[in-house]
Design a protein. Sequence first.
Length: 384
Amino acid sequence: MDKVKVVLSGIGGYGMTYVNALLDGGLDKAALVGVCDPFPEGCPRLEELKALCPVYASLEEFFAAHKGEAELAAISAPIQYHAGQILLALENGCDVLCEKPLTGDEKAIEGLIAARDRSGRNVSVGYQWSHSAAILELKRDILDGRFGAPRLLKTIVLWPRAQSYYRRGTGWAGRLNAADGTPIRDNVAHNATAHYLHNILYILGGDIDLSRMPGRIEYTTAKINNIETFDTAVIGMDFGNCRGLFIASHAAARTRNPEFIYEFGKGKAVFPVEHEGKKVIAGYFADGSVKYYGDPFAQTAGKLWHACRVLRGEEKVVCGIEAAAPEVKVIVRLSQSGAPFFAPEVSKVRYDQKGDEFRYVEGLDELLGEIYDSGNFTSLEKLL
């Protein structure tokens, strides 16, 4: 079978995931027909790419010069460009793999669905966990009733971020809207840790390519960094028959990589659990049995090859627009009001060996850990 013809939009930052996947052995599966980036010099493998395909400043320029040549567009552009580039790729007859999140603009979602349906093409949204064998097998067991009815799904992730994180790109980090008014909503829950908020919604979805929207949301957000949005969030979600709790911060003093406990009537799923030298998801069942699902971080670029197989009709989309949309809607509910700054007396600064400045909140790690352990929504009020 012919190789899938791929165009990349965005070859810096996360776009390097796809660059590396293709250049490091992936060209036997896909043909790279073009790359697009307004600042291509930021890609450390630019010369290798130039030897394979043309380089353009924008996806519009690529399609104008190579109409009908690409079959799959892999989009890693900043959030404010996601919706427009998905529409552009569909209009040019391409399947799409767009990095998470789907968009910052809830109003764009219906138009994306309509455009996809008109085009007859496929759209996948690149939530890594939703394309991992571990999460997909766990979700199938949940759908099959092996775990019983959901009760409480809780997640915590604390990832300190330096000032360089907020200076990256072209000034969109931490912004609520772009200069032209396009919603971005770049915040801790809608970018770096969006995978884990989305995963709560995705696990509860009634089919493999569906997520579930909570009925009621309570939240507390705050920031230590001078951004328009927020760098810390505690989100409580009511799904009727169960609850969700999501905790994330870039203002913690110490790193705490993603953890979850998903409790059900007939068992629970826990991550991470040590098994055979690896951190994996484990399912513990009421009958005493244990099932190990594997590492949800394995095969980072697997979503690219999945999108290629979807295009060839070998597989179906597992995380598309409908599955990604509830995360956007939750974030929009959080973004209706400004986030307060943490109190000056708990706000601290440290520097790494390179001199990069980290702002953190004294006592935040402990408070967020207590909230996670309790499983109950609690405000950040005592640190504000």
